[in-house]
Design a protein around this ligand. Structure first.
Ligand code: M6R
Length: 609
């Protein structure tokens, strides 16, 4: 996730920008840059890679000036590179912009500006903003920015600087966080409080649709329509570590709560405004190539593999193509039957997992087309695959994957719909219905998160046990596997996930008095059968915690405790039912006093076989 810092005051801005960016490193980034107004005008320095690369460039030729903007980039549009790094400028080099978020209509704006003679040098959406502001500038930077944002669709936090008005720093927020730090004779902008905490604890928190104009002597707040706003200063009394977690106790909890945004960002401009189709411009396969696909192999590890199990059901149901899902470390050694008619989908949050990368290479060697679903633009998996669907979950810092997993599910729904509309395997009305339901998911996740306390109570009970079971049928089984992995990973409680109908073939022997069983019963057509399986364990003394969709309140009679998730299409329930399981693991880990974000023996990115 990108980071923004801005400064106007009397000190050397370059140092303040770099120190601020260092405080934002925890968010993850792949390149960095600064723009400073110097005696020679607006100057920009940027560099791919760590901040140290940028620092060494600045060490050779420092930028001396007292107003500037800085940025750490987490690549979205365009690979990590010097030229794609922010700040971006217009052709006159007199306007400079840093941006977090995504401009959905940037292609339309880019074509319009190109027709006026603007020349673009990067692959980014952000560069369009600097050109747009320059084209609208008539002597007042605030008005130019207001006009520019009225043309932009998407999510953004912006910092804007122009050589024409070198005392002003303009900041704008729409759906991407931005705060203003207020000092003595100096003021700051930051995408996050840690960026400015060393200099001031007095901040204004911008709301969506608001902007700020900063000079050395003051800050003016207004709406993007230009109506002035008066607001109380907020005094930050957190320490730096708490500030990095945005007030949450752990990154995992923060990331669980970021899921509604991750869903919205991953769907973003991929849902056509008509609500009737999915637009996946990043998939380069022609309709003929899609029609030639005879089978799909989904290959991944850990949590990403569990997303692939859901992906199998989604593609089979929507596109009616047979799908196999495999663990990457097994796939390449089992001589899978891969032909040029096989589409291989690799799923990896980091895009660097050694097993997944090796499976990708094997698939390509055998002539398959490879499509990657990854969260990291420019990662090895993204670079080597033929097509890439990026999940816009933002960097995931906790070892236990949460928002990356659910964003992978969203990517599978989009892909399944895209294949279905290309193949004509589903009628238009059904596709529109699924899209309408997809759009409702973020708000439904918010409703689940609002009930975290109920899950915490259950987690505190199960934290006292050493063994438990997760059961479910169909997609509920796929989610049970993910719930069980999450619990093992961070609470160190042994658990097993079982297809509910399979228990009686052996595992039932392990059910004894008081053992906790988490039973998922969200699949409409399998509900009665799942209830029968639940009765098999309650009859043997298990303490059952049931998860059902709203409407199926009768589950309460069959179990000891229940949790209802909002109703949705059965195919989409995994994107909701996994959320209480993530919270369950989190609170169980907490109750056991574990290091939630850094569980023992595990690494975030597994780059060895
Ligand atoms: O980066 P990847 O998605 O390729 O990682 C795959 C697994 O290592 C990962 O999902 C792991 O299982 C998680 N820590 C689970 O929370």
């Amino acid at each position: 996730m990108c980071g923004i810092v801005g400064y106007v005051g009397n000190r050397n801005s370059q140092n303040i920008l770099i120190e601020g960016l260092k405080k934002l490193e925890y968010r993850g980034y792949d390149s960095a840059g600064v723009a400073v107004y110097t005696s020679e005008g607006l100057q920009v320095k940027k560099s791919k890679g760590r901040l140290a690369n940028l620092e060494s460039k600045l060490g050779e030729t420092p930028l001396n000036g007292t107003i500037g903007i800085g940025h750490t980039r987490w690549a979205t549009h365009g690979k990590p590179s010097d030229v794609n790094s922010h700040p971006h400028t217009d052709n006159s080099l007199k306007f400079s912009v840093v941006h977090n978020g995504i401009i959905e209509n940037y292609m339309v704006l880019k074509e319009e500006l190109a027709a006026q003679g603007h020349v673009f040098v990067s692959e980014t959406d952000t560069e369009v903003i600097s050109h747009l502001i320059a084209s609208l500038y008539e002597g007042d930077i605030v008005k130019a920015v207001q006009k520019a944002v009225s043309r932009m669709k998407g999510a953004y936090a912006l910092g804007v600087l122009t050589e024409h008005e070198p005392d002003k720093l303009v900041a704008v927020r729409l759906s991407s966080p931005l705060i203003i730090g207020v000092g003595e004779g100096e003021n700051f902008i930051g995408s996050d409080i840690p960026a400015i905490l060393e200099y001031t604890r007095n901040v204004y928190i911008l709301n969506d649709g608001e902007m700020a104009v900063l000079t050395r002597d003051g800050v003016e707040l207004m709406t993007i329509e230009g109506n002035f706003i008066s607001r109380e200063l907020f005094h930050v009394d957190w320490d730096i570590v708490t500030a990095e977690k945005a007030g949450y106790d752990h990154f995992m909890l923060k990331e669980i709560h970021e899921q509604p945004k991750a869903y919205r960002d991953t769907m973003g401009s991929r849902l056509d405004p008509s609500g009737k189709k999915v637009v996946l411009n990043e998939v380069g396969m022609t309709p003929q190539q899609i029609k030639a696909i005879r089978h799909v192999h989904i290959v991944a590890c850990g949590t990403a593999y569990h997303a692939g199990l859901v992906g199998k059901s989604v593609i089979e149901k929507l596109a009616r193509i047979p799908v196999e899902t495999d663990v990457a470390s097994e796939y390449r050694y089992r001589a899978p039957i891969i032909t040029p008619e096989t589409l291989v989908i690799v799923v990896s949050q980091s895009g660097e997992t050694a097993d997944t990368l090796a499976a990708l290479r094997e698939a390509k060697r055998c002539g398959a087309r490879v499509l990657a679903i990854t969260n990291v633009v420019g990662s090895s998996v993204a670079r080597e695959a033929d097509d890439v669907i990026t999940t816009w979950a933002g960097p995931e810092i906790a070892v236990a994957s949460t928002k990356a997993y659910t964003s992978q599910l969203i990517a599978f729904y989009l892909l399944g719909l895209y294949l279905a509309q290309t193949l004509g395997s589903q009628d238009d009305a059904y596709i529109a219905e699924v899209i309408a339901e997809l759009k409702e998911l973020p708000e439904k996740v918010e409703r689940i998160l609002a009930q975290s306390e109920a899950i915490k109570n259950v987690a505190e009970q199960i934290a006292t046990h050493d063994n438990l079971f997760f059961i479910g049928r169909g997609l509920d089984y796929a989610v049970a596997l993910e719930g069980s992995l999450k619990l093992k990973e961070i609470s160190y409680i042994h658990s097993e996930a079982y297809a509910a109908g399979e228990l009686k073939h052996g595992t039932l022997a392990l059910i004894e008095e008081g053992i906790p069983v988490i039973a998922l019963a969200t699949q409409e057509d399998l509900f009665e059968k799942t209830v029968s399986n639940i009765k098999e364990v309650t009859a043997r003394g298990a303490h059952v915690f049931g998860i059902h969709s709203e409407g199926h309140y009768e589950l309460a009679k069959a179990v000891d405790e229940v949790f209802a998730i909002p109703a949705t299409l059965p195919l989409l329930t995994p994107a909701l039912s996994v959320v209480p399981l993530q919270l369950l693991s989190y609170y169980a880990s907490l109750a056991r006093g574990n290091d939630v974000d850094k569980p023992r023996n595990l690494a975030k990115s597994v780059t060895v076989e």
